[in-house]
Design a protein around this ligand. Structure first.
Ligand code: HEM
Length: 224
């Protein structure tokens, strides 16, 4: 039987299956919620900086509290926000495990590495005139590989921070905290590039991309 070879540049595997779409939007929502907890913790509430305000408010009723007592109040508020960060963190761990299961046991359309290999193959086979377009697709996929790396780092370091009382993890607590913090900025960078890239693709050459990621589409599309 003659073997059919896919055209070198075809919009790659746009049949976003339901599990992938569920994972994508669930994970995006949870990461947004995590970023919101940090926004509240570090900027909007920033309970540590409120200590002088606590002192001032209480002094109106002739109550004097020390810096240390003020910090104890602030700690209660910040712990409440961290609790939510941990709940969302556990949900992200759940989604991460789901992604690993899809990667290991799912059909090839759901496996990131199969999709990446396919796109690399198309890039290699692309005629010179199509190399630019194939290269853009490969670039987008490479940023996803980086995102999965950042997510893995977030999950591992987040778990190390949750289990801070485990004696053998104490030695790497500070490193985990710093790494967790820096990786957040890398994730924010990814989100900016990703959203810009998707909106750009939608309005320039891949109309309907966003609605396919929401509602799915069984018909693979040829690039214009
Ligand atoms: C992917 C989105 C996430 C973002 C943007 C994020 C961001 C951050 C940031 C900026 C901090 C402060 C670190 C510091 O003080 O220097 C933090 C702390 C923390 N994160 Fe995350 N994180 C994410 C996911 C997770 C996950 C998946 C978990 C758990 C599995 C987790 C658990 C924690 C814990 C336990 C802390 C310390 C809380 C405390 O000090 O009481 N985070 N996170």
């Amino acid at each position: 039987m003659p073997e059919t070879i896919a055209p070198a540049v075809e919009v790659p595997i746009k049949d976003y299956r339901a599990p992938l779409r569920f994972w994508h939007w669930g994970n995006a929502t949870l990461i947004t919620l995590q970023l919101i907890t940090i926004l509240f913790q570090k900027v909007i509430v920033n309970s540590k900086s409120a200590v002088p305000e606590f002192q001032q408010a209480l002094s109106k009723d002739n109550v004097t509290i020390t810096q240390q007592q003020g910090r104890a109040f602030a700690h209660i508020i910040s712990e409440r926000i961290w609790d939510w960060h941990k709940y969302f963190g556990w949900a992200i761990v759940g989604f991460f495990v789901l992604r690993v299961i899809l990667q290991l046991m799912g059909p090839s359309e759901l496996r990131f590495t199969s999709r990446l290999m396919e796109i690399m193959r198309r890039y290699r086979l692309a005629p010179p005139a199509d190399k630019g377009k194939a290269g853009k697709i490969l670039f987008a996929k490479t940023t996803y590989a980086l995102f999965y790396l950042f997510l893995t780092i977030m999950v591992v370091t987040g778990l190390i921070l949750i289990y801070e009382d485990v004696s053998w993890l104490k030695g790497i607590h500070h490193l985990a905290e710093e790494t967790h913090n820096v990786t957040m900025y890398l994730i924010i960078g990814f989100i900016l590039i990703h959203v810009f890239g998707v909106v750009w693709a939608e309005i320039s050459e891949d109309h309907g991309l966003i609605s396919r990621m929401v509602g799915g589409d069984k018909v693979p599309k040829q690039a214009a």
